[in-house]
Design a protein around this ligand. Structure first.
Ligand code: DP6
Length: 324
């Protein structure tokens, strides 16, 4: 059986940074994100006993480097006695450049693989399997505004994920300013471990996250854009401060990243409802209300060092495209 699924990346407004259980990849903190619409990863999975081992193609090319992580995710989802899989992944945006390509990839993978194996787990089980491969991927199983919470289950930490507001309930537009292409120098996994071990700000980061989540959750419930903007920028800058204070420091920004932040600040000073957020990479994501998206995009395009911009509205969770 062959199954195809699609998933969109998500952008955290209240960030996941740090793990409490490295082996199970359980985050140290809850997080809140928005799922995008126009960026996507499509995954097709077919299990075939005649294959000697799993095979992965990424945008039509063999992708040996990513294969172990993908195989591990399939083992977690279906058990290691499963048949070998042929996996095809097609992604319409740059990979490993701080655009959450692993989130959409693993979310699409768990949906396609479970269906190709004749199984139909509930969404939370799929989210947990995706989250084991990449923490942020758990959120891409859901659409709109999504919250990931930490819970205790049978004496162990686990995640619970839910959509707290559907994608059409409070439309937003996200403009991504690409300021560099190519892969990031340090993976977010490695950078998180370094932060936990060496950053003097890490303990404070953990301590204040629930408060930030509470503020963001209320802002979403009240559709209060300026409250959401303020807490999102604060949380983003705090996460980067944790990284900057690590030893050695982890700095994902470049000159254009800062220039984009200044552009957003300039728009805000003119009363434009927009805010920025930045993940483990140099790209800047500007979140705004749809009616001013053209103005925000133009301002970012004209910012020094911006190579390109992409735009997306909010989208739904990972879903099956078809089976054959
Ligand atoms: C900065 O989900 O990529 O984007 O679990 O190690 O794969 P792993 O990390 P990953 O980290 C995402 C970090 C972030 C913030 C976020 O998306 O919440």
């Amino acid at each position: 059986m062959r199954a195809s699924a699609v998933a969109q990346p998500n952008i955290a407004l209240i960030k996941y940074w740090g793990k409490q259980d490295v082996a199970g990849n359980i985050p140290a903190v809850g997080s809140l994100s928005i799922t995008l619409d126009s960026l996507e990863t499509r995954m097709t999975v077919e299990f075939d006993d005649r294959l000697g081992a799993d095979e992965l193609q990424l945008n039509g090319e063999p992708a040996a480097r990513m294969l172990p992580r993908v195989s591990h995710c399939l083992d977690n989802l279906l058990g290691s006695k499963r048949a070998p899989a042929a996996i095809e992944s097609v992604c319409n945006f740059p990979i490993a450049a701080g655009l959450a390509s692993s989130a959409s990839a693993f979310a699409a993978l768990v949906v396609a693989a479970s269906r190709a194996a004749g199984k139909q787990p509930d969404t939370l089980s799929l989210a947990r399997a995706a989250g084991q491969a990449s923490g942020s991927a758990a959120r891409s199983l859901y659409g709109g505004f999504v919250e990931l919470q930490l819970i205790e289950e049978g004496g162990s930490p686990a995640i619970a994920v839910e959509s707290i507001l559907q994608e059409n309930a409070w439309p937003m537009q996200v403009i991504v300013a690409i300021t560099a292409t190519g892969e990031k120098p340090v993976s977010s996994s490695d950078a998180m471990k370094l932060s936990a071990k060496t950053s003097p700000f890490y303990a404070s980061w953990l301590e204040h996250q629930d408060h930030d989540l509470e503020i963001a959750r209320s802002a979403v419930a009240d559709r209060d854009f300026s409250a959401l903007a303020a807490i999102s920028e604060h949380n983003c800058l705090k996460m980067h401060s944790v990284m900057w204070a690590s030893r050695p420091p982890v700095v994902y920004w470049n000159k254009a990243t800062l220039a984009c932040m200044e552009t957003v600040r300039g728009l805000q000073a003119d009363g434009v409802p927009v805010f920025f957020t930045i993940d483990a990479g140099p790209q800047v994501k500007a979140v705004c209300l749809p009616d001013i998206a053209d103005r925000v995009r133009k301002a970012l395009q004209e910012t020094d060092g911006v190579i390109d911009t992409m735009e997306s509205s909010l989208g739904g969770g990972a879903r099956l495209l078809g089976m054959s």
